[in-house]
Design a protein around this ligand. Structure first.
Ligand SMILES: C[S@@+](CC[C@H](N)C(=O)[O-])C[C@H]1O[C@@H](n2cnc3c(N)ncnc32)[C@H](O)[C@@H]1O
Length: 315
């Protein structure tokens, strides 16, 4: 940084304003749905209610596309805590397979304990008369550790494969998309919800700093240097590593990658972020120094929602 603490000079000499408090503004006030150490019963209850409300919206969206869930075979790619899988099976899906590199529900750890406790609260509130163990034993659902880029699942064995907040983490993402396509039957559906990197929070917590959209305006080396100067080397290493684990694709590149292969695009809905629009209106010059290949369009979306159909076999 220069002697003026409010400006950071990029490697190419461009001067970017630093806005103290910007990170807090973007990330503050967000309630986590993922249980934290020491959470009270009330906090578990509030998280369960949010999970159930989200699930109700998801189910309505699924049924709008697939019709009633009965008999549908559903794969969740990157199922995280697995709670949506339990709820889908409870809601009547024919069979639900959840896969994740680190499925919290099965993990022998404090994180696993917290995920199981939350699953039990969710199941109670959903009216299932048992806990997560009973759900796994009695409902048509299976959750297991598996890499979505190499699914150990038969071809054409699902009616629907879906993911949320997963594809931005998976490399190579084309491999995961191809695997999803392989295991869905011809004519079956794929649904992906992607948090695009260049959205205001798309770089995830570690990428948000006090330079607005630093992740769209600094290359990784400049980003690392800014964090080292403001927070020290350890933080710089952590944040820089985190950014490198995310797919840094602009909106157009995501579109190209999801429509590759034998698919018909049914719906492509980029969801606009009100917060992004608000900040851009306050800082109109911000888009003057975006990294090559980016435009304002890449900054304003908080989610890309995609529905695809696997091309039916020719008669
Ligand atoms: C941000 S979490 C989202 C979890 C869940 N879909 C949700 O919406 O709550 C991303 C998940 O993707 C999983 N993941 C990342 N790469 C993966 C891979 N190659 N194969 C399977 N799961 C993966 C992570 O373990 C993590 O649980």
């Amino acid at each position: 940084m220069t002697s003026d603490a409010q400006v950071f000079v990029r490697g190419d000499g461009r001067r970017l304003s630093v806005l103290p408090g910007f990170r807090e503004r973007v990330l503050g006030g967000r309630r986590s749905v993922t249980p934290r150490d020491g959470w009270s019963d009330d906090e578990y209850g509030a998280s369960a209610d949010r999970k159930l409300a989200r699930f109700a919206r998801l189910r309505a969206e699924f049924e709008g596309r697939t019709g009633p869930l009965e008999d549908a075979r559903v794969l969740e790619m990157g199922c995280g805590d697995g709670i949506n899988c339990l709820l889908l099976a409870h809601a009547g899906a024919g069979f639900v397979q959840g896969v994740d590199l680190a499925p919290a529900l099965l993990e022998d750890s404090d994180r696993g304990e917290r995920a199981r406790r939350l699953a039990d609260v969710v199941l109670t509130r959903a009216g299932f008369g048992g806990d997560h163990e009973a759900a796994l034993a009695q409902l048509p659902v299976d959750v297991r550790k598996m890499d979505v880029t190499a699914l150990d699942l038969p071809d054409a064995s699902f009616d629907l494969a879906w993911s949320r907040s997963v594809l931005e983490h998976v490399m190579p993402v084309g491999r995961a998309l191809a695997e999803g396509l392989r295991v869905v039957r011809p004519g079956g559906l794929l649904h992906h919800r992607i948090d695009p990197f260049y959205g205001i929070r798309g770089c995830h917590k570690r990428g948000v700093v006090d330079i607005p959209w630093a992740h769209a305006r600094l290359d990784l080396e400049d980003f690392r240097r800014f964090v080292a100067e403001t927070e020290g080397e350890d933080s710089a290493t952590q944040r820089h590593t985190r950014l490198r684990t995310l797919n840094q694709l602009c909106t157009q590149a995501w579109h190209a990658v999801v429509v590759a292969g034998e698919v018909e695009l049914l719906d492509w809905t980029p969801v606009r972020s009100e917060q992004a629009d608000e900040v851009l209106a306050e800082l109109p010059g911000l888009t003057d120094d975006l990294l090559d290949g980016l435009s304002e369009d890449d900054l304003v979306y908080s989610e890309l929602k995609v529905w695809l159909r696997r091309t039916p076999d020719s008669p």
